[in-house]
Design a protein around this ligand. Structure first.
Ligand code: NAP
Ligand code: HSE
Length: 428
């Protein structure tokens, strides 16, 4: 049986896991595809670096063209990360008829349509299951499992690093910097962790999910992004006390032909299934018109979970090779996209205000909400021994984003509001 040869680009957290699974599960893989799968060459940046897996010296290279132009390599697995040089290498490999497996969400969110168009032109596969939610097979589920339904909402905790940080801050009162360092040591964070904590990594993933779920060509720029860098222990304390968990939540909605996409720290009611997703775990809630509510859960980052998805994609490519059907899976968007305006995006909000503490203040504040037709679910005034101002905690009923922005702008102009301390979307 002639082996299928794979060129691996990257031997970091994910690449190392790929080597371990391909070697450790070789017999099971062979049984499924009918031939050995061999990692022929591995591209790294630094040949001198010590590795936690044993690799024959001649397999390692710093020259990408030894993989891209290798006559016997059929499948190129890109797990280096970043846009360049990954994009150039992938397009060059496709040009030569090689199939691609990648875990690169940045690249697929920003340049996915161009890469998929090149793949279609060359009848090649490009599979990227590991790019969203690590070990959770959510892309295949959207493309295949939901092909018969119309999906209207995808809501997800899709970044392991930030969920790990928020969970530890909430449960153990740990400090943000300390837990971020831990997440980096565990291999969850991106090479530049600002992508995680700034919400961009989740936004890349929501772009990919929306494209596959709604069949539209949304752009990464269509996602409204806010990260967790401004979430304080105090905010998390309030969230807990009010019966919510603070989560970095991606929300994609499709309604009457209009799409909205956002990533932001959100207070999720503790009774909602997403509230109990903790640590590095991810979960994606998918609502389909016919199926109703579904949820998919699993480890969202880390060596072995992510490598599981990568190797499953390699297996899918090899099965297609055996059947001679590569490049047949249509993942190109087909519908026109229309984005929702701020008037069309509605949700409940939590607002923490520092206000003057005297008679008539509450009335002035509630009048502002009334002026912009934002109705209130609850208002709690908290004394704060460390703050001469009163703290006012408000939860609204569902209101449009434009009305909420008007309320917040109005607060800047009235003297009784000393500070708008925090504003969060509320779900559930
Ligand atoms: P990583 O640990 O930083 O590893 C990157 C690897 O790529 C290293 O082996 C590095 O070589 C190599 N590399 C980087 N730039 C290179 C270049 N220009 N030329 C040659 N080799 C280069 O990254 P990772 O965490 O494994 O992530 C890889 C990809 O998977 C990223 O797209 C990431 O977003 C995605 N992903 C990661 C996870 C996770 O949990 N870590 C989960 C899902 C998806 P050296 O070893 O010589 O430095
Ligand atoms: N940095 C990413 C995360 C890796 O923390 O979710 C998985 O995509």
């Amino acid at each position: 049986m002639k082996p299928i040869k794979v060129g691996l680009m990257g031997l970091g957290t994910v690449g190392t896991g790929v080597v371990r699974i391909v070697e450790g599960h070789q017999e099971d893989l062979q049984r499924q595809v009918g031939c050995p799968i061999l990692i022929e060459k591995i591209l790294v940046q630094n040949l001198g670096k010590s590795r936690s897996v044993t690799i024959a010296e001649e397999k390692l290279t710093e020259n990408p063209w030894e993989i891209i132009e290798h006559p016997e390599i059929d499948v190129v697995v890109e797990v280096m990360g970043g846009i360049e040089p990954a994009k150039t290498y992938i397009l060059a490999a496709l040009e030569r008829g090689k199939h691609i497996v990648t875990a690169n969400k940045d690249l697929m969110a920003i340049h996915g349509p161009e890469i998929l168009a090149k793949a279609a032109e060359k009848s090649c596969d490009v599979l990227y299951e590991a790019s969203v939610a690590g070990g959770v097979p959510i892309l295949r589920t959207l493309v295949e499992g939901f092909s018969s339904d119309r999906i209207t909402k995808i809501m997800g905790i899709v970044n392991g690093t930030t969920n790990y940080i928020l969970s530890k801050m909430s449960r153990e009162g740990a400090s943000y910097d300390e837990v971020l360092k831990e997440a980096q040591q565990l291999g969850y964070a991106e090479a530049d962790p600002t992508s995680d904590v700034g919400g961009f990594d989740a936004a890349y993933k929501m772009t990919i999910l929306a494209r596959l779920g709604f069949h539209v060509n949304v752009s990464f720029k269509d996602v409204q992004v806010k990260g967790i860098t401004e979430v304080t222990k105090e905010d998390i304390g309030y969230s807990n006390a009010l019966g919510y968990e603070m989560k970095l939540l991606g929300i994609a909605e499709s309604q009457d032909g209009y799409i909205s996409l956002s990533v932001e720290p959100t207070m999720v009611r503790k009774t909602h299934p997403l509230a109990s997703v903790n640590g590095v775990f991810n979960a994606i809630y998918v609502y389909g018109e016919a199926v109703g509510e579904t949820m998919f859960y699993g480890p969202g980052a880390g060596e072995m979970p992510t490598a599981t998805s990568v190797v499953a994609d390699i297996v899918a490519v090899v099965k297609n090779l055996k059947l001679g059907v590569n490049g047949r899976r249509s993942t190109m968007a087909s519908k026109e996209i229309r984005l929702k305006s701020e008037e069309q995006i509605a949700s409940k909000y939590f607002i923490l205000l520092h206000v003057e503490d005297h008679a008539g203040v509450l009335a002035q504040i509630t009048q502002v909400f009334a002026k912009y037709e934002v109705s209130l679910e609850s208002v709690i005034q908290q004394p704060n021994p460390h703050n001469p101002k009163a703290e006012l905690v408000i939860i609204t009923h569902s209101a449009s984003k434009s009305s909420m922005n008007q309320v917040l702008r109005h607060f800047e102009q009235i003297g009784v509001v000393d500070k708008v301390k925090s504003v969060y979307r509320v779900e559930g």
